[in-house]
Design a binder for this molecule. Structure first.
Ligand code: NAD
Ligand code: UFG
Length: 355
């Protein structure tokens, strides 16, 4: 069944890494995108560039610099525009920071989601796609993780994801008019093939590929490998890396289900590739794509890290009709294309994005 192409989607956190790529896919897919972001961990330049890549569809893009905890401002947006569905990316995501400052995470991630859901309910907007995380699987005894695996919070960040998932299930049980899809992402990497948008973390990068990228462009001297004594082929941690454009497309598939299937309910799907890749394999693939040598320093295991984490994608393939297309080589190629064109991300050596 074809979609009504004029649906308006409110995208919280749409200036961020995954959000900006999803906003682009929405515009290219004929949706209207209303981005709400406080630019806490992003730049308005990302939105400008999304508009540039989208060409004529840029007229369907609106941006509000608003914090989700500002209920008045959110209410105004919902009053001025009929929102058909919300994709909720906004949140803080640094696991270590959440351990140091849990209240910040409960306030920013949980309170903002509560505020958003209250505003949605009061405006009769009951369609939601939420960014959950594979972190809710903790350190599973076996892989691949299926959606039925037991859930555990490994950090305050992870607990906010678990609590929000539970809150969504409660809301649906209380009012079956809601359609909610919870997407558990594995490890998004790469960038849009244009090289105009990509990941641009503020400060010290916590994740593997942004760090590798900064070594490649000369902003950092070496990658610290957290542990080479795991029970994996080369001793380093294994993860399910997924191209950010595949991940973005997963949201479009989720939206289609919500709009086309009145029985969506509140469902959870893994978004990954179903394949595991080690740290050293990722580094080798990036070196090949970039032609750059990445010096390594082997260190101890990072506290809280699991050994092997990858997901089963069978449920998403079957019910969302979605499957990741890009390979590890594509991810590294596109990440290098973005990094080499934008060595300082959206900023410059003197800007706040560069530390
Ligand atoms: P990101 O930091 O690039 O994007 C998040 C965006 O939300 C930023 O633009 C930030 O400014 C905005 N934001 C944060 N708090 C806000 C608030 N209170 N009001 C308005 N805007 C706010 O992160 P990302 O990698 O794009 O992640 C998006 C979502 O996906 C997050 O919820 C994250 O927890 C989840 N996730 C990410 C990963 C990953 O590895 N990147 C993995 C699993 C889940
Ligand atoms: N790693 C290094 N050196 C680094 C950074 C990471 O060796 O400088 C290793 C880690 O030890 C791990 C692998 O690279 O083995 C991937 O680490 P990331 O930090 O990139 O990703 P994680 O799997 O630890 O966590 C990410 C997000 C979480 C999310 C989770 C979902 O940061 O928010 O994926 O699986 F919950």
């Amino acid at each position: 069944m074809p979609l009504d192409m004029a649906k308006s989607i409110l995208v919280t956190g749409g200036a961020g890494y995954i959000g900006s790529h999803t906003v682009l896919q929405l515009l290219l897919g004929g949706f209207r995108a209303i981005v709400v972001d406080n630019l806490d961990n992003s730049s308005e330049e990302a939105i400008r560039r999304v508009g540039e890549i989208a060409g004529e569809s840029r007229e369907n893009l609106t941006f509000y610099k608003v914090d989700l905890r500002d209920k008045g401002a959110l209410n105004k947006i919902f009053s001025s525009t009929k929102i058909d569905a919300v994709i909720h990316f906004a949140g803080l995501k640094a696991v270590g920071e959440s351990v140091q400052n849990p209240l910040l995470y409960y306030d920013n991630n949980f309170v903002s989601t509560l505020t958003l859901l209250e505003v949605m309910a009061s405006h009769g907007c009951k369609k939601l796609v939420f960014s959950s995380s594979a972190t809710v699987y903790g350190s599973p005894k076996v892989v691949p993780c299926t959606e039925e695996f037991p859930l555990v919070a490994m950090s305050p960040y992870g607990r906010t994801k678990l609590v929000i998932e539970e809150m969504c299930r409660d809301i649906y049980h209380a009012d079956s008019e809601w359609s909610i899809i919870l997407l558990r992402y594995f490890n998004p990497v790469g960038a849009h093939p244009s090289g105009h948008i990509g990941e641009d973390p503020r400060g010290y990068p916590n994740n593997l590929m942004p760090f590798v990228q900064q070594v490649a462009v000369g902003r950092r001297s070496a990658l610290t490998v957290f542990g080479n004594d795991y029970s994996t082929t080369d001793g380093t941690g294994v993860r399910d890396y997924i191209h950010v454009v595949d991940l973005a497309d997963g949201h479009i598939s989720a939206l289609r289900k919500i709009f086309e299937d009145a029985e969506t309910g509140c469902e959870v799907y893994n978004l990954g590739t179903g394949k595991g890749t080690s740290v050293l394999e990722m580094v080798a693939a990036f070196e090949k794509a970039s032609g750059k040598k990445i010096p390594l320093v082997i260190a101890g295991r990072r506290p809280g890290d699991s050994e092997i984490l990858y997901g089963s994608t069978i449920k998403a393939e079957k019910e969302l009709k979605w499957k990741a297309k890009y390979t590890i080589e594509d991810m590294c190629q596109d990440q290098w294309n973005w990094a080499s064109k934008n060595p300082y991300g959206y900023g410059s050596p003197g800007s706040t994005n560069y530390k």
